[in-house]
Each structure stands twice: as C-alpha cells, then as structure tokens.
Design a protein around this ligand. Structure first.
Ligand code: TTP
Ligand code: MG
Length: 360
C-alpha cells in the first residue's frame, strides 16, 4: 500500500523568529550566533536568513568568516526561550493534523497522512493549509516534503525551501533523486561521502544503478540502508513509540535457577541497560520502577516503588531494584526469573530544551 508521509521543517528557524519580532529585519541578511566582534569574534553561526545564505553563510560557519563575507549583516545572539515557545506552538498545530505525529528536534516533524489524504493532490491542499495556519498563528514559514516514506519525505523537504511544498510520488521520486549529490541521503554525511566518492558514487543515480548486493559488498550495513532508502524501501512508522503505551519491561528466565547474587545482579544490569536504550531513544522519563522475581517453584512476586518526580537515570533504577530485591535476599529458594518494568512514562520536554541550549 502506498503511504503518504509529511516531513515539515521550519525555515531558517531562529532567524525567522527574530525577523517576525523585528519586521525591520525583513528581507535583510540576519545572522544568529556568536558575537562577530567586527570579524574578531569566536564561535559559529547558528543559522541565518536566506538573504544571508546568498553571501555563502551557513550554520556552523565560524562567525569571523561570516562577518568577512557579510559585514553589513544583522548579527544577533540567540534567544532560546523565544525559539522554544515558537517551536511548541508549531508542533501543537502540526500534531492536530494527524494522531501519528513525531517531533524530531526543535524544528522538524513527521506526520503520517496515509489515511487522512485521499491522494497526493489532496495532500498538497492540506500542506498549504498547514503552512497558512502556521504563518497566521506563529508568524513563521515551514517547508513540507511529501512522499511514500519518511526518508524520502525528508529529502523532499529540502528541494524547495523556504515556504515550499515538494511531492515525491512512487512514480517520480527516482527522477528527483538521480541528479542529487549522495549527501542528500540521510545517513551520508561529510565523512561517509568520502568513502562513497572513492568508490565512484557521486550522485544518487550511481546508487540507483547498482543492485543491493553490490552496495552491501562495498559498504556493508550502511550501504544496505542507503540503497533501501533511495529505492523507496523504508517501513519506519512515524510513531515508532507511543507514550500512551503504559510501560517498558524486560525479563529474563535463567537457563539454570540460581541463588548466586553476583550472577543475578549481572542479569539485572543487562536488563536495565536494554531498557535504558529504549528510554534514551525515545527521550522518556518514568516514575515507577517494578521488580519481578520468580522462584524455582514458580512462586512469583512483584514489588514497585513510585518516585515523586520522573527520572530517566539508569543508576537510580539499579538502586531502587536492589532496594526492592532486599526483601527476597533471605529466601532460600533459587531464582528462576528476573524482570524490570518502568511505568508512568512521560516524554522528556526538559531534555529537549537542554539540547537546544547546547546547540548554538
Ligand atoms: P535547521 O533546520 O538545520 O536549519 P534552519 O531551520 O535554520 O534552516 P532551514 O531553512 O535550512 O531548515 O536547524 C534548526 C535550528 O537549529 C536553526 O534555526 C538553528 C539551530 N542550529 C544550530 O544552532 N546550529 C546548527 O549547526 C544547526 C544545523 C542548527
Ligand atoms: Mg529548519
């Protein structure tokens, strides 16, 4: 079945918010980042308006270099509180267009629109509606990529920025891709570009022209991923994780029942590491920690502790689990199974803010 996925990305995000709040900056090169100190400043450009990009400026460029290229630009320090508010508003609007909504970072989001849009023409109308609503309510513009997979939608967004809508259909997406540089594929950055170029892969066309086995032979797992993306094979769902899912848990039955505390403890650590990966991946926190323990004659107990505030710390889980385990330490029977469950889940908004702070 053909899917319709939207990828939305705010245009020159930090700069757009400053221009919104200072209309006199409109159509001018606006640069957000470190103080250029007349060309002697240290630090980098966080982002800049599209007018500034015409002078060759871009995110990550040393601010001193930016100043040399564009001395008449308007140089501003970032105001994260403002950007955070704008991001929240945009995400609130976007999330109302589909229940399957996934925010990525501060200025990007995916929407699963398969059952909401009838076809790609309908998708375009809805995309325009989203753009207008965001201009009206937040005062900044976004670009939208529409495609049958998440990765293709992301590539599509960049085709027409700012304030653009680009549609890749199952019929035409390869025509768009073939002329693009390999770095347009999410996953091929500056470093992997070198490897791909060395083997003669300059344009996406070069990837489309070889069979999957060749890509695996040359670039292993990475090559497989890249080949699948550019051929439209990417089944990743928009909502990979649903916070309304009540808990995350893992348990392990031992091959042999045991009362060796060191062994049991090592299994607890293993389970906790696995759960923590999921927690981190989805940027979650939790309040309730549960230990499950089953003894050799199948008698099973669960013991929980609920903290007064949500945490995402894996060391604290171990402390709590050990505290809960203590009750059973005098049991003579051997242990057959150990499990850990984290519940009362929440998404970590705070962490996202810190990430934003660390960004500039
Ligand atoms: P991007 O979406 O990469 O850039 P952008 O929104 O400014 O521009 P575009 O129109 O090309 O999407 O990043 C979003 C915000 O994140 C950006 O406004 C500022 C911040 N940022 C940094 O602070 N440093 C960086 O190196 C990058 C890439 C982004
Ligand atoms: Mg952006």
């Amino acid at each position: 079945m053909n899917r319709i996925v939207f990828h939305c990305d705010i245009d020159c995000f930090f700069a757009a918010v400053e221009i919104r709040d200072n209309p006199e900056y409109k159509n001018k090169p606006v640069i957000i980042g470190a103080d250029p100190k007349l060309g002697k400043g240290r630090g980098v450009v966080s982002t800049c308006s599209y007018e500034a990009r015409k002078f060759g400026l871009h995110s990550g460029m040393p601010i001193s270099q930016a100043y040399q290229k564009c001395p008449h630009g308007i140089y501003l320090r970032p105001n994260f509180e403002k950007y955070s508010k704008a991001s929240k508003k945009v995400m609130e609007i976007l999330s109302l267009y589909s229940e399957d909504f996934q925010q990525v970072g501060f200025d990007e989001a995916y929407l699963e629109m398969t059952n909401i849009c009838l076809n790609f023409d309908d998708a375009k109308v809805i995309a325009e509606k989203i753009q207008n609503e965001i201009v009206e309510k937040v005062g900044i513009t976004i670009s939208i990529g529409i495609a049958p997979t998440k990765s293709l939608a992301k590539i599509a967004t960049d085709v027409n920025k700012p304030n653009g809508i680009t549609i890749f259909t199952p019929e035409n997406f390869k025509d768009f891709l073939k002329v693009m540089d390999v770095t347009k594929v999410p996953g091929i950055g500056k470093k992997s570009k070198v490897y791909y170029n060395k083997k003669g892969f300059e344009k996406i066309r070069d990837i489309l022209n070889v069979p999957l086995v060749k890509m695996i032979e040359l670039f292993g797992k990475h090559g497989e991923w890249v080949w699948k993306i550019v051929n439209g094979h990417d089944n990743r769902k928009v909502k990979e994780y649903d916070v309304s899912r009540k808990s995350i848990s893992k348990e392990r039955t031992f091959f042999e029942d045991s009362n060796d505390f060191n062994f049991i403890f090592s299994k607890i650590i293993e389970l906790n590491d696995k759960i923590n990966k999921t927690i981190k991946k989805h940027n979650l926190s939790f309040k309730t920690i549960t230990l499950k323990i089953r003894f050799e004659r199948f008698k099973t107990y669960t013991r929980s502790k609920t903290l007064s505030f949500p945490i995402s710390d894996k060391e604290i889980v171990i402390d709590v689990i050990l505290e809960l385990y203590n009750e059973f330490s005098k049991f003579k029977e051997k242990v057959r199974l150990i499990g850990i469950k984290l519940s009362n889940l929440e998404e970590n908004v705070k962490n996202k803010q810190t990430t934003l702070m660390n960004y500039a």
